[in-house]
Design a binder for this molecule. Structure first.
Ligand code: 5AD
Ligand code: FES
Length: 349
């Protein structure tokens, strides 16, 4: 098996076997560079040079779950908790619009304080005030809630399955179930949301075989957006003494996913930029076409600590936007205008 042969197959068929994926995940040196180059070419051909920006609003740092890797886990007594009120969230969304964002991502821990009615009301108010696409990223809810959010105007939903290895999933997500998570993702898809899912790279105990399965599961779920990033150990979690995920392996996963899902949206994630000062640039050069800068006030940014050392944490939102624009331009790309709907979603309608 040669990397070039596999890449040519991926380029023409957008399909790979698990063994071929594993082979690519193990590539090094020139072969790895070739993988990145193919992914960059496919990105250019299918989604072009536009990089779309999403304004991320982390509106609550409370979480009822206890994920082993996450700094917001309920057992972390050191975590600083905050909840933004409805009007404040709407104000930040307006500010994001004024800065040029045409998508806002409403993200939080799993916080039941935000009932179905509260979330619907926030969505409706934002939609009334500004013309933005709304992405929700608030975790597992009931079918009725997902349906109500969609009817209230939510366009997209992000929820990673985190790992496709059931054993690892159960170990790192006490009280949660892999089956329920996948069921939620299928409901979200069936309700006509643009669906985003993905996984963590480098969870302790995770193997290359697991990562190949993760990639295949994203493919099977037919994800319109693909969020993947390296695991970063948080000092106030049970995984504090473990190693972080690899930047290189993350870039290989991004590249392979771009080959398999040429018209989906793939962000260069903040976690990637946190582990490597050039991480986001590298991601954008091997398949990614989205960046999600935080648009919250500094006072909240500091408190939403999924993992330590997050970049941009001391920058105000306007500065972040300028910084990211100059990165995009320096790569010979441009900032996308409009909603930046996933082409994968658009073409299936
Ligand atoms: N390192 C990297 N990513 C993390 N996330 C949560 N905790 C960590 C961590 N320690 C990711 C999860 C979640 C997303 C919002 O943040 O994958 O889905
Ligand atoms: Fe909330 Fe992990 S503890 S998502």
């Amino acid at each position: 098996m040669k990397v070039k042969e596999i890449l040519d197959k991926a380029y023409s068929e957008h399909h790979l076997t698990k063994d071929e994926i594993k082979f690519l995940l193990n590539s090094e040196g020139e072969e790895k560079e070739l993988l990145f180059a193919y992914a960059d070419r496919v990105r250019k051909e299918y989604v072009g040079d536009d990089v779309y920006l999403r304004g991320l609003i982390e509106f609550s740092s409370y979480c009822k779950n206890d994920c082993f890797y996450c700094g917001l886990r309920r057992s972390n007594r050191e975590a600083q908790r905050y909840r933004m009120q409805e009007d404040e969230i709407v104000e930040v969304a307006k500010r994001a619009y004024d800065m040029g964002y045409r998508t806002v991502v409403l993200q939080s821990g799993e916080d039941p304080y935000y009932t179905k009615d509260k979330v619907c009301s926030i969505i409706k108010k934002i939609k009334k005030e500004v013309d933005v696409a709304i992405t929700l990223s608030i975790g597992e809810r009931s079918y009725e809630e997902y349906k109500a959010f969609r009817e209230a105007g939510a366009d997209r939903y992000l929820m990673r399955f985190e790992t496709s290895n059931r054993e690892l999933y159960q170990k790192y997500h006490p009280g949660m179930s892999f089956e329920n998570r996948i069921e939620c993702l299928r409901w979200i898809k069936s309700l006509g949301y643009e669906l985003g899912t993905g996984f963590l790279i480098g969870l302790p105990g995770q193997t290359i075989d697991d990562l190949a399965n993760d990639i295949l599961l994203v493919y099977e779920l037919d994800s319109d957006m693909i969020g993947i990033g390296p695991f970063i150990p948080h000092p106030h979690t049970p995984l504090k003494d473990t190693e972080a995920g690899s930047v290189d392996l993350t870039l290989k996963c991004i590249s392979i996913l771009r080959l398999l899902m040429p018209d989906s949206n793939i962000p260069a994630t903040t976690a990637l930029g946190t582990l490597d000062p050039l991480g986001r640039q590298k991601g954008l050069k091997c398949g990614a076409n989205i960046v999600m800068p935080n648009v919250n006030d500094l006072k909240y940014k500091l408190k939403y600590e999924l993992y330590p050392g997050k970049i941009c944490i001391n920058e105000d939102a306007t500065k972040c936007r300028g910084c990211i624009e100059s990165i995009i331009i320096s790569l010979g790309r441009k900032v996308g205008q409009g909603f930046g709907q996933s082409r994968h979603y658009e073409l299936k309608k």
